[in-house]
Write a protein that binds this ligand. Structure first.
Ligand SMILES: Nc1ncnc2c1ncn2[C@@H]1O[C@H](COP(=O)(O)OP(=O)(O)OP(=O)(O)O)[C@@H](O)[C@H]1O
Ligand SMILES: [Mg+2]
Length: 249
């Protein structure tokens, strides 16, 4: 459902994504992990056609992102790192707008929009302008919008940021449910506990390169970290050098 070959993006002197070759089958929840600046968001932008690759290719939903952009984009539900929502629309209007954009038929929208608002506990905010929404509420509205058009592939950049524990649990359950129905999920996250719980495979990217890929257990075995993903991550990305510096605080 997602395939990349040698996907590369250079910005002037930075190679943000460096030769990414990856294949994710239908129904898999794939966790894309890596330190700040590793190239995760750039990868999301390449997969969704928001950036043009310097080299390499990407297919999503069976469509070439560059050569069949409309078809590829139609199969994708994107939750970007900044939940961009039009501030002068109400929550309901925003969902209607997204529904129309993705050509979701009207009777289905009319049935589904109140259900989605209810599910994300936004019912009483449905007629309020989005500018009055908190960060977490905007994030939930974007998630509701993505579910409205029933994409075959979900691409999410830090979807749990700003969600309260109940909403985060809801979103985890939604992802697992969708995965069982064959929806493919590509998720960038820093929340290792979520990656460990729901991702079938995890890829760890560093300096634009996909260093390791496998199940949480496989990665733990490689790092010899007794199954703890946090220790695995820190060992694999060399993230514990700061300890030396603590004494200078
Ligand atoms: N538009 C741009 N112009 C120049 N450099 C960029 C641009 N976008 C990203 N970069 C660089 O590419 C690298 C990867 O950035 P990216 O945003 O993909 O990282 P990330 O893994 O998403 O990080 P984070 O965990 O902080 O969200 C960084 O070095 C960043 O400075
Ligand atoms: Mg990012």
């Amino acid at each position: 459902m997602i395939k990349t070959t040698g996907l590369t993006k250079c910005f002037q002197d930075v190679t943000a994504v460096d030769g990414l070759t990856l294949e994710i089958p239908p129904g898999e929840i794939f966790g894309f992990l890596g330190p700040n600046g590793a190239g995760k968001t750039t990868t999301v932008k390449l997969l969704t056609g928001l950036l043009r690759p310097t080299r390499g290719e990407a297919w999503v939903g069976g469509f070439h992102v560059q050569r069949q952009p409309r078809e590829a984009k139609k199969s994708i539900g994107l939750v970007p790192d900044q939940p961009y929502v039009y501030p002068h629309l109400t929550g309901k209007e925003f969902l209607r707008f997204i529904g129309d954009l993705y050509e979701v038929d009207l009777p289905y929208q009319k049935k589904k929009i109140p259900e989605l608002l209810e599910m994300f506990e936004l019912s009483k905010w449905g007629d309020e302008l989005v500018e009055s929404y908190s960060h977490g509420m905007r994030q939930k509205l974007v998630l509701a919008a993505v579910l409205l058009h029933r994409p075959r592939v979900l691409i999410l950049d830090e979807p749990m940021v700003g969600l309260d524990p109940k909403s985060a649990r809801l979103v985890k359950d939604i992802f697992q449910n969708l995965s069982q129905k064959g929806v493919t999920i590509f998720m960038c996250t820093h929340v290792l506990e979520i990656a460990e719980k729901i991702c079938r495979r995890i890829g760890i990217v560093q300096d634009g390169r996909l260093g390791l890929i496998g199940t949480a257990q496989e990665l733990a075995a490689l790092a010899d970290s007794h199954g703890n993903l946090e220790d695995t991550f820190l060992q694999l990305t060399g993230g514990s050098e700061y300890r030396e510096m603590l004494k200078y605080l």
